[in-house]
Design a protein around this ligand. Structure first.
Ligand SMILES: [Zn+2]
Length: 478
């Protein structure tokens, strides 16, 4: 799909369809002439998310005019623009339009995000019946030249998030650790100030990453440890570090998962996918900061070499871990990832992201991601980024009293803490591998795979929280 900009007004554009926002007082967004008679005849009330396509309206070159409800004008935000753009572009595509023009709906960045995130569809593995999945040929932004920069920015962010969605969605026979590395390198081609290092299992051995390697042992797919380093700030400026869980398939290992729904475990790399997407966005936006993305990548399989329950391994900070449950593998690979990140890069902030625990989904469902941090300041920054991007976080306890549940009779600690507070004991486990205060652990197990399609979120992998992580980077840049 081609994406372009125009300063011509919507009615003069020679396209198949245009979108116009309608507030609940029936005032318009994106068009200045009076359309009241059409809006009233269509019984359109402008309620947020409502959509109606009108055909061959006087004064419009485009045969299709999609009215999209924007609700209360006084409460309009960037999110209003995302929803209006997502809803209207999808409706016009479904109605057969090939070339579509939209206005900013009050926020050009939000309009670009909503349209490009909304139009995203994962169908690259389907070869039959392409007519059932019509594509847009061109998306045109109709606005003022001052808005073009924000429109570009929204596009960059949406592309970064769509890339994360794709990595998370692809099945594990395609999206192996090696594939992750290759696709990432392709995406970063030509992006300035980025250096990508990829390390293998031998290197991990030399780093004494016994926890990471204990997960990789059961699989034939070679594990990879990828580091994406973006230098947009001054040399010596401490970086913003993002560490993402990259389990490209989680069978549970010897603690094998039940077979129902196991295919969704191809998405257990969503933390790594979001990490890569966030650094991609940060680098393409040329934010004046240093940032580093770290992704330990491996499958968790029950092969002959697999780690067995009660095996004891040593993480790279020397701590011994009793692997009580091989399905609690995300925290194992993150422990070595976190030790490496803090020691190597001395970042000012570490964010780790993982589809870590089923307990997180039970606690918060899909509308909030759990955030665990000891830093009130970092929490406030993260919460604000979550609100601006509508990728919301809820602060969970990181309280030493939960550590008791991780006591092991064999080693320094056990990798699981029993049923109560499963997402919290997972976070407590990770806290054994980070010393700095400005660290936040994000458990996205509930939000990574929304159960239904939203205005600009697909059914399937959502690519969260790429927008929030980029917004957080912007707040560091200020
Ligand atoms: Zn697992």
């Amino acid at each position: 799909m081609k994406v372009s900009t125009s300063t011509s007004s919507l009615d003069t554009l020679d396209v198949d369809g245009v979108a116009i926002g309608v507030f609940d007082d029936l005032s318009l967004s994106g068009y200045t002439e009076d359309l009241t008679k059409y809006i009233e005849a269509a019984n359109f009330k402008g309620k947020s998310g409502d959509i109606k396509i009108l055909y061959t309206i006087d004064g419009f070159k485009a045969p299709k005019v999609a009215l999209v409800g924007m609700g209360d004008k006084s409460k309009s935000t960037i999110e209003t623009a995302r929803v209006a753009a997502g809803k209207s572009t999808k409706a016009l595509r479904k109605d057969g339009a090939k070339r579509v023009a939209i206005p900013s709906f009050g926020n050009a960045q939000g309009a670009a995000e909503g349209a490009l995130l909304g139009l995203y569809r994962f169908d690259e593995l389907k070869t039959m019946n392409p007519e059932s999945r019509p594509d847009l040929e061109e998306l045109i932004f109709s606005g003022s030249e001052e808005e073009f920069g924000d429109w570009e920015k929204g596009q960059t962010i949406a592309h970064a998030q769509n890339f994360a969605r794709r990595l998370g969605e692809l099945p594990s026979n395609i999206a192996t650790p090696t594939f992750f590395v290759e696709e990432t390198k392709k995406q970063f081609e030509g992006v300035a100030n980025v250096n990508i290092e990829v390390y293998d299992e031998e290197w991990a051995k030399s780093q004494k990453m016994g926890a990471f390697l204990s997960v990789a042992k059961g699989s034939h797919e070679p594990a990879k440890f990828m580091v994406i380093n973006y230098q947009g700030g001054k040399e010596g400026d401490k970086p913003y570090a993002i560490v993402g869980k990259g389990i490209t398939f989680d069978s549970g290992g010897i603690s094998l998962k039940p077979s129902g729904g196991m295919g969704a475990m191809r998405g257990d790399c969503s933390g790594a996918a979001a990490t890569i997407g966030a650094v991609l966005g940060i680098a393409k936006l040329k934010l004046p900061i240093n940032a580093v993305g770290i992704t330990p990548l491996t499958e968790n399989m029950p092969g002959g070499g697999a780690t067995k329950p009660a095996d004891v391994v040593f993480a790279s900070n020397g701590k011994s871990i009793e692997v009580d449950n091989t399905d609690a593998e995300g925290r194992m690979i993150l422990s070595d990832g976190l030790v490496y990140t803090e020691k190597t890069f001395e970042p000012h902030t570490i964010v780790d992201i993982a589809t870590l625990t089923g307990a997180m989904n039970i606690a918060l469902g899909e509308h909030y991601m759990g955030a665990f941090t000891r830093s009130d300041e970092l929490w406030e920054q993260l919460e604000a980024s979550g609100k601006r991007t509508n990728e919301n976080f809820w602060r969970m306890p990181l309280d030493d009293r939960y550590k008791k549940q991780l006591k092991s009779s064999l080693a320094d600690l056990k990798n699981v803490g029993g049923r109560p507070a499963g997402s919290i004991t997972a976070a407590m486990f990770l806290s054994e591998f980070v010393e700095m205060e400005r660290w936040v652990h994000l458990d996205i197990a509930g939000s990574a795979w929304p159960s239904s399609e939203g205005p600009y979120v697909p059914k399937g992998n959502a690519g969260v929280p790429v927008r929030a992580l980029i917004d957080l980077a912007e707040s560091f840049a200020k």
